[in-house]
Design a protein around this ligand. Sequence first.
Ligand SMILES: CC(C)(COP(=O)(O)OP(=O)(O)OC[C@H]1O[C@@H](n2cnc3c(N)ncnc32)[C@H](O)[C@@H]1OP(=O)(O)O)[C@@H](O)C(=O)NCCC(=O)NCCS
Length: 175
Amino acid sequence: MQLTTDRLRLTRLAPDDWPLFQQVHRDKTSMEFISEVPQEADIRQRFTLRLAPWQVTSYHMLCLTLRLAETGEAIGLIGANAEWIPWRQAEVGYSLLSGYFNQGYGTEALSALVDFLFEDCEFHKLRAQVVEGNWPSRRVLEKNGFQLEGMLRDNYLLRGQWVNDWAFGCLARDR
Ligand SMILES: CC(C)(COP(=O)(O)OP(=O)(O)OC[C@H]1O[C@@H](n2cnc3c(N)ncnc32)[C@H](O)[C@@H]1OP(=O)(O)O)[C@@H](O)C(=O)NCCC(=O)NCCS
């Protein structure tokens, strides 16, 4: 499976992608709103789980690598956790290496993933939870038609501190 945009190639995670997977999880700037930098064993476990074949009824995450179409340079990861029965929903997530922030890649990658999840997979609704204050992530969602549906109080333990989450949702007709 491969998705393409003007500047990016999105491809299923493969065993050779370990260096990228590790780099993204060790990038302190990228991890600011996600968690502490995980232990190597945790990163390896997540990587192994995400290599498994994926279908809409899978319990593990669909994980795609992001590469620049022109050079093949690996710049980040994007994916979705599906809850097919009975919701037909998926929660999207993404993380770029911090050297590639603010060049429109996050918006472009999410647009391709959202098209795939609605059109090819036929999900009814897509969701995202964003730690309050993560404005770049919020903007990327808004630019892709996601709407703020509420704020979940003390919803996420971020480096030992409870923080609020913004809850975003997107229906196919919102785009
Ligand atoms: C979230 C993320 C994928 C965004 O990717 P990106 O390629 O930098 O995003 P884009 O360049 O497409 O768009 C960023 C938008 O945020 C805006 N932005 C950036 N910093 C901002 C800030 N401090 N306050 C408000 N808006 C900000 C930019 O101006 C741009 O919006 P605009 O096009 O309306 O001007 C990237 O920051 C990332 O990987 N972060 C680390 C991981 C993460 O937090 N993931 C999300 C977990 S929910």
